[in-house]
Ligand binder design. Structure first.
Ligand SMILES: NC(=O)c1ccc[n+]([C@@H]2O[C@H](COP(=O)([O-])OP(=O)(O)OC[C@H]3O[C@@H](n4cnc5c(N)ncnc54)[C@H](OP(=O)(O)O)[C@@H]3O)[C@@H](O)[C@H]2O)c1
Length: 325
């Protein structure tokens, strides 16, 4: 088969090549999927650079989620040849003609969900749903501040936050991205490059501050956000797209009676939780009812995978980039 492969860690421009490599054989509880579509994620850049929490043995294939049709199964796979499935591969592997899925990290896809929607669904909606529902326990009427709001997980957090009845404040870095956030349902918009984030959040919340913060960015913006949270607030740590891990004075937690909550969605799969499967079904139902829909920035052919990664790296992208065969 053909695949995008890297033989050493580094920037995708230098190390990623389209090569021929052996088609994988499904293990005991695995299925082999013929790839139809793959969505790119911010962690793909980190995986290729060797900076992600999971390091695939080299030579490796990037891509953490994909959809396609099952062509072969191991003896204990819960899938059958011909099933259309979407799967998550924590260490990569989906940017290839074929990829393997495990029983605990793949789900069949109903006919009303397109390949592009399915490819763009599990990671970003899974992360945002688990962050808002299971970790922050966001309630109707609360104010939710979403950072990196025009990104993959950010747009999903806006849509899900609105569905949960929250008052959503979206924070992004330019007017075009904020317009995307408005279209996803955000009631308040903050351009953090041009506006004073602390003052704007206080103004929107009548001085109270945000009840829940959804933070996939970390970095420098944290120094402002920590000053506009409500008493009893919950801060969900999703990632560090900003490039650095913020530090916190513990007295702020005490004075604000607040909670910091970590969320690692992939761990629910690795630990065999049944929740992701139930949530995937919920997402299919919400798509059928028109209540969520992944924001697709661009659909590119497999040959343009490096261009897709460039769009993410350069921060041009909003929502998701999907690669199709
Ligand atoms: N915890 C989990 O289970 C989990 C799951 C999936 C993803 N994540 C993490 O969540 C983060 C976001 O993922 P994503 O797929 O939503 O990424 P994305 O689509 O690229 O969005 C990231 C957003 O972060 C903002 N940003 C601020 N500083 C940035 C920088 N230096 N470089 C790039 N973006 C920057 C950008 O918004 P502006 O341009 O508007 O500032 C961008 O829209 C990543 O750190 C990822 O690893 C965590």
């Amino acid at each position: 088969m053909h695949a995008w492969q890297f033989e050493r860690y580094g920037n995708y421009k230098q190390v990623l090549h389209w090569v021929e490599r052996p088609t994988p054989t499904p293990g005991h509880d695995q299925a082999l999927v013929r790839t139809a579509a793959v969505s790119l994620n911010f962690p793909d850049l980190l995986i290729i650079e060797g900076k992600y929490q999971h390091k695939a043995p080299l030579p490796a294939v990037p891509g953490v989620e994909g959809v396609g049709v099952v062509e072969a199964v191991g003896p204990a796979s819960r899938f059958r040849v011909g099933d259309r499935v979407v799967g998550f591969a924590h260490s990569g592997g989906t940017l290839a003609d074929y990829f393997l899925v495990d029983n605990n990290a793949a789900w069949t896809v109903p006919a009303h969900v397109t390949d592009v929607q399915a490819a763009a669904l599990s990671v970003v909606y899974g992360t945002s749903y688990f962050g808002l529902e299971h970790r922050a326990q966001l309630k109707a009427g609360e104010t939710l501040l979403v950072l990196g709001a025009a990104g993959g997980v950010g747009t999903a957090a806006i849509q899900l936050g609105r569905l949960m009845g929250a008052n959503v404040i979206a924070c992004a870095g330019d007017a075009a991205k904020l317009e995307v956030c408005r279209q996803q349902g955000a009631q308040h918009l903050i351009d953090y490059r041009r506006e004073n984030l602390v003052e704007r959040v206080r103004e929107i919340t009548a001085g109270k501050g945000a009840d829940v913060v959804y933070d996939p960015v970390g970095g420098e913006i944290f120094d402002q956000v920590k000053r506009c949270v409500a008493w009893g607030s919950r801060y969900v740590v999703i990632g560090f797209a900003g490039g650095s891990i913020p530090q916190l004075e513990l007295n702020r937690i005490l004075l604000k009676n607040m909670s910091f909550l970590g969320l690692a969605w992939g761990q629910y799969l690795d630990r065999g939780s049944e929740l992701p499967g139930k949530t995937q079904q919920l997402f299919y139902d919400l798509i059928a009812r028109g209540q969520i829909d992944p924001v697709i920035y661009k659909v590119l052919p497999f040959s343009e995978t490096p261009e897709g990664l460039r769009l993410i790296e350069s921060r041009e992208v909003y929502g998701k980039v999907v690669i199709t065969r």
